[in-house]
Design a binder for this molecule. Sequence first.
Ligand code: MF3
Ligand code: CO
Length: 250
Amino acid sequence: MPVSIKSAREIELMREAGRILANVHKQLGEALKPGMSTMDIDRMGEKLIRGYGCIPSFKNYNGYPASICVSVNDEVVHGIPNRHHILREGDIVSLDAGVIYHGYHSDAARTHAVGTVSPQAQKLIQVTRECFFEGIKYARSGNHLNDISSAIQKYAESFGYGVVRDLVGHGIGTHLHEDPEVPNFAQDKKGIRLRPGMTLAIEPMINAGRADVVWMDDDWTVVTDDGTLSAHYENTILITEGDPEILSLP
Ligand code: MF3
Ligand code: CO
């Protein structure tokens, strides 16, 4: 599929979707505490999303059974909320959420510390967030997609971290996943040329150890192969004539 260029009207709807999602993440982040179950987070997230008049886009997407992906410690992404999985002080937890507002999607993820975590865990969370901001420096009209991908990889690997290869970011709009794919690692080709009106979900998934991941028996939860911690940070962004706009931040 060709990469879609959003109209002014579509961009306005995606801005509102992003604003709502930013609020959902803010409230989930503030509510997070030891003793909560990962299911509690999903329940709260779904209620918040629907309260804003949105649809949780992940629910039933390819059969995914929840509204929020909750991935703890060595879980990379797509953790399935479970009422028996209780968060404990020292855990790190990645929350990935998507909303649909008047037919337009926004997708964003944050990794949080539960109470006090190890300095190593805190560093991983921080660097993963910084990876996104390294990438977005290159999210400018006239640049190529690979400029974003290689900047993220270079930054993550400078800390000795593993950049997940098996999952990538994506275009986003009337569908959660649109072209192009947005890898977090360098490609042989430059990729498409970025143009104003393109909307992308840029989402580094970074492992404290090796890059390899495996799928668990539930066919959803992705975990690091070597058991090390993993963090995820994602925003939906808009390419403009000038600086990129981060739609899913306040
Ligand atoms: N942020 C994830 C992605 O971009 C969310 C998809 S999870 C699913 O792929 F549950 F919806 F599949
Ligand atoms: Co995404």
